[in-house]
Design a protein around this ligand. Structure first.
Ligand code: ADE
Length: 234
């Protein structure tokens, strides 16, 4: 499942440059039975299959080799993954992400093996793999040098707590859709001011909760008041 995702893009480059390391382990390799069974029917009855504890414990113990690497189980019941958690994980030298499958994972994995559960959103995936991928991608961006300029991470939407300003490139007029004139003015101060306002305005329109949560700088506060006034007049 991870092969094609690792075959190109920014992460491939980061792997080739030795900035990050990703190892994918197959739980079946840690199954005890000769049929390599990793799941079984739930005790107490009910639908579906449950991932057995042994293959997961054995996999983690082998990867750990005496060291204690933090273990995160991917599940819709976990702590919500966001930019803050991505940064937190990026500070760790190694992490183990356990992908849940089928209807559930034996509760003893959650109670006694995992340090925490992580969810990437309020929806249920067929397995934890896409979630693991999302986490690997977002966390890698916080590893120094993975993303071109340190600046591009710092300017990112969530790094600043609000969205980035709108971006435009050639052509200047695309099917009658024009790029804002100010961007051709050559007046960098005015352009920066326009961008700061657009960033605030976009965030306010799309995610007002982010504005509520953020402590705005005095300049942003002033801009925000003006934006609200303008909107009211319209
Ligand atoms: N496994 C299934 N759904 C998930 C979700 N939303 N986040 C993380 N892991 C999951």
């Amino acid at each position: 499942m991870f092969g094609s995702i690792l075959s190109g893009g920014v992460l491939r480059k980061a792997l080739d440059r030795g900035l990050i390391e990703i190892k994918v382990h197959n739980l079946r390799d840690f199954a005890e039975s000769k049929h390599k069974q990793v799941d079984d029917r739930p005790f107490g009855g009910g639908r579906g299959m449950v991932l057995k504890p042994e293959p997961i414990f054995r996999a983690v113990e082998k990867i750990n080799r005496g060291e204690k690497i933090p273990v995160y189980l991917l599940s819709p019941q976990g702590r919500r993954f966001d930019d803050r958690l991505a940064k937190e994980l990026a500070r760790l030298s190694r992490v183990i992400l356990v992908c849940g499958r089928y209807e559930g994972v034996d509760e003893r994995v959650i109670e006694s093996l995992a340090d925490d559960e992580i969810s990437i959103g309020d929806y249920v995936l067929t397995g934890g793999e896409p979630a693991a991928w999302v986490i690997v991608d977002a966390v890698s961006r916080f590893i120094p040098q993975v993303v071109g300029k340190a600046d591009s991470v710092r300017q990112d939407s969530f790094f600043r707590g609000i969205f980035d300003h709108p971006h435009y490139t050639r052509p200047r007029n695309f099917r009658g859709l024009k790029v804002p004139e100010i961007l051709f003015s050559g007046d960098h101060k005015r352009i920066e001011e326009w961008r700061a306002r657009k960033a605030l305005e976009k965030t306010w329109m799309k995610r007002p909760d982010l504005i509520d949560r953020k402590k705005l700088s005095p300049e942003d506060k002033k801009r925000f008041e003006e934006i609200k006034k303008e909107r009211k007049q319209k």
